[in-house]
Design a protein around this ligand. Structure first.
Ligand code: ADP
Ligand code: ADP
Length: 225
């Protein structure tokens, strides 16, 4: 097996999207972000989007039955046949089990869970100052840590930058609580499976990227052996 089946794990604001955008190019993997997929459904006004929005606005997890089928379909689809970079999924043990089961069914397995670690105070600063491109949500900025050249304008395509509805202080706190209670147990889950790789997310984005890239390059070599 030479495909790379990767999960990016870590609290909201750790830099998963920022790193995914870079790794996607390094290793030509599809970046599957559940948050971006859900926000696209909300924008389209689909039934799924309307259902999901209530939970997202509150900072809670969208119910498993909605999310699991949406993601498994992508993982089983043609663009993920050579591997994938999952960002924002799984977020609890049921989702992790569902992913493992789907991969086993395809005769595949997870290559690694890449954990980006950052403490809560720093996460609040990052989320509160995050701005994203209205046209392409993979273009991510920060008013202080990674400002665009022109205020509120995307460097890459000139579109407007916006603040996400759930990047407001009170929702941020709730999302961090949800992370600690529901998602953090997955660190142990993947550690026990021998699949966890840890990265210090407080370093600057280029350094975090260099470290993750080196680990993934080594994994790919192992997969080819
Ligand atoms: P996640 O996808 O984990 O929620 P993002 O990649 O969207 O996180 O990053 C959250 C915010 O923090 C963004 O505003 C981004 O510009 C900023 N950011 C990402 N990585 C770093 C870093 N290593 N140092 C400082 N700020 C960062
Ligand atoms: P961040 O990494 O900044 O927390 P995401 O974009 O991954 O943000 O997620 C935003 C919101 O979308 C979450 O707060 C949650 O409501 C919903 N969501 C995303 N992924 C999942 C998932 N795997 N399971 C349940 N809800 C999810």
């Amino acid at each position: 097996m030479s495909e790379l089946n990767l999960i990016l794990l870590g609290p909201p604001g750790a830099g998963k999207g920022t790193q995914a955008e870079r790794l996607r190019e390094d290793f030509t993997l599809p970046h599957i972000s559940t948050g971006d997929m859900l926000r696209a459904e909300v924008t389209q006004g689909s039934d799924l989007g309307r259902e999901a929005k209530r939970y997202m606005d509150a900072g809670d997890l969208v119910p498993d039955e909605v999310i699991i089928s949406m993601i498994i379909k992508r993982v089983e689809g043609p663009d993920a046949a050579e591997g994938f970079l999952l960002d924002g999924f799984p977020r609890n043990e049921q989702q992790a089990d569902a992913l493992a089961e789907a991969l086993t069914g395809l005769g595949r397995r997870l290559s690694a869970a890449l954990l980006i670690e950052v403490g809560d105070d720093e996460l609040v600063r990052r989320l509160a100052g995050r701005r994203v491109c209205v046209k392409n949500p993979s273009h991510i900025y920060h008013v202080e840590f990674d400002p665009p050249k022109h205020e509120d304008v995307c460097d890459q395509d000139g579109s407007r930058l916006i603040q996400r509805d759930d990047d407001k202080e009170e929702t941020i706190r709730r999302r961090l609580q949800v992370y600690h209670s529901q998602t953090e147990p997955l660190i142990d889950y993947y550690d026990r499976a021998g699949q966890l790789r840890r990265f210090d997310g407080t370093r600057d984005p280029d350094e975090v990227h260099a470290r993750i890239r080196a680990t993934v390059a080594a994994l790919r070599l192992e997969e080819k052996l």
